[in-house]
Write a protein that binds this ligand. Structure first.
Ligand SMILES: C[S@@+](CC[C@H](N)C(=O)[O-])C[C@H]1O[C@@H](n2cnc3c(N)ncnc32)[C@H](O)[C@@H]1O
Length: 73
């Protein structure tokens, strides 16, 4: 069995890689502007922002995060 641990250092590296290409998840999901998006645990709003960059109407995007400092997409 493979041992997978995500230390703080690894997390920072992985998260930076994630933020560099926030559209990956949208591509995997086959997202097209006009579809409704529920950006659960949306954090920085990177995914929601990518939807807007692709032409989404803001009314189609709902970002939910428990952190009050998270982005209002
Ligand atoms: C990996 S970070 C966010 C990643 C985000 N998708 C992005 O692109 O920046 C995980 C987020 O989950 C949020 N979170 C954790 N538990 C949560 C919960 N129970 N309800 C809502 N948000 C939660 C945290 O506040 C944090 O912003």
């Amino acid at each position: 069995m493979q041992d997978f641990r995500c230390t703080t250092d690894h997390y920072a590296t992985l998260y930076a890689r994630w933020l560099a290409r926030p559209g990956t998840l949208l591509d995997l999901a086959g997202y097209e502007p006009g579809q409704r998006v529920l950006d659960l645990c949306g954090g920085t709003g990177a995914v929601s922002q990518e939807c807007l960059r692709r032409g989404a109407n803001p009314s189609t995007i709902m970002l939910v995060d428990l952190n009050p400092r998270c982005s209002e997409a």
